[in-house]
Write a protein that binds this ligand. Structure first.
Ligand code: FES
Ligand SMILES: [Fe+2]
Length: 335
């Protein structure tokens, strides 16, 4: 399998209206559009005639019309030319699905399984699409390691002076990597501490599992008392999908959920939604700032001095190469 063979959440459904919309996935330009009956479709975003972007054109009925010479293409990529009606032309088309508020695409050729989001009893806080100016591997490194939470983050993580107390463990299967962290929470601002019901010496638990078809992690964040008997009022679950725009940029599509023990509908999360959304957005931007300031964007880990938190880097690299990129065994970058 290659990168395009996996399902990717590439665009919020509400952003796809009457006009075609161009995106880039793993270096491929793809034109998304809605046919007259409202279904989303995806074809290559380069007209086979003289390669104008089809997303620069318009939708007419069930077809995209190229703005240059008026050739049109349906959702299967079958083209017609007004000037040469007998000519046969065709462009690549993709499987499309709409779920969780996003338009997802993959190649027609693959039978990749659609990733299931387990969000039972969780309240949906919102979705985000962030662009990171770094290759896929370096982006995944950041989002699957907790040591940086001591300096980079304000809410989710551990304090730098007590980072040595944090216990980290790893578990791997052939196609997944799980990381579990537990340790004294960082000191949140007093308002969040009060709202979430966190006390000063509580433990922060941060568990996640990363999968590789496509590349995504599911995170659970929660706090307990040191003896584990009392849990704070809100627990979070985030699904983050990492997909390369090209070799230098990675998009992160996040689906953010929380569960509250407060009484009332959705445990008051409807009221707190705006605040919590803003917090997640801010935390992701803090990660992006780190990836913007790397001295080197070479994804190779050879020569890095890795810590006890970084074992995950080699585990994810091997699976990204083998499962996501579909690289032959000999080319794998195994740590
Ligand atoms: S380039 Fe598209 S119709 Fe000519
Ligand atoms: Fe982070």
């Amino acid at each position: 399998m290659g990168m395009l063979d996996h399902w990717h959440p590439v665009l919020p459904g509400h952003a796809l209206r009457r006009k075609p919309h161009g995106i880039q996935l793993a270096g491929r330009l793809i034109c998304l559009f809605r046919t007259a009956d409202g279904n989303a479709a995806a074809i290559d975003d380069a007209c086979p005639h003289r390669r104008l972007k089809l997303s620069y054109g318009r939708v007419v009925g069930d077809r995209v019309e190229c703005k240059y010479h008026g050739w049109t293409f349906n959702g299967c990529g079958e083209g017609e030319s007004p000037s040469t009606p007998k000519m046969h032309t065709c462009t690549e088309s993709y499987d499309v699905r709409e779920a969780h508020g996003y338009v997802w695409v993959k190649s027609r050729a693959s039978g990749a399984v659609f990733p299931e989001l387990n969000t039972d009893n969780y309240f949906h806080l919102g979705n985000f699409l962030h662009t990171v100016p770094a290759p896929l591997e370096l982006t995944v490194d950041n989002f699957t390691e907790i040591e940086h939470s001591g300096t980079v983050h304000d809410t989710f993580g551990y304090d730098l002076p007590r980072m040595h107390e944090v216990k980290v463990s790893f578990e791997q299967t052939d196609d997944s990597v799980t990381v579990r962290n537990v340790g004294p929470t960082k000191i949140l601002n007093p308002f969040f501490r009060w709202l979430l019901g966190i006390r000063r010496n509580d433990l922060f638990h941060d568990h996640w599992t990363t999968y590789f078809s496509p590349v995504y992690s599911v995170y659970d964040h929660w706090w307990t008392s040191p003896d584990g008997d009392r849990e704070a009022m809100v627990r979070w679950r985030l699904y983050m999908f990492f997909w390369p725009v090209d070799e230098k940029r990675t998009n992160v599509t996040s689906f953010v959920y929380a569960k509250s023990r407060y009484p009332g509908p959705a445990g008051g999360l409807r009221l707190a939604k705006h605040l919590f959304r803003r917090e997640v957005d801010r935390e992701v931007r803090q990660d992006i700032a780190m990836l913007e300031h790397m001295a080197d964007h070479n994804p190779n880990i050879d020569g890095m001095k890795l810590s006890r938190f970084d074992k995950v880097l080699g585990l994810t690299r091997e699976r990204i190469a083998r499962i996501y990129r579909g690289e032959p065994v000999g080319r794998r970058n195994v740590a």
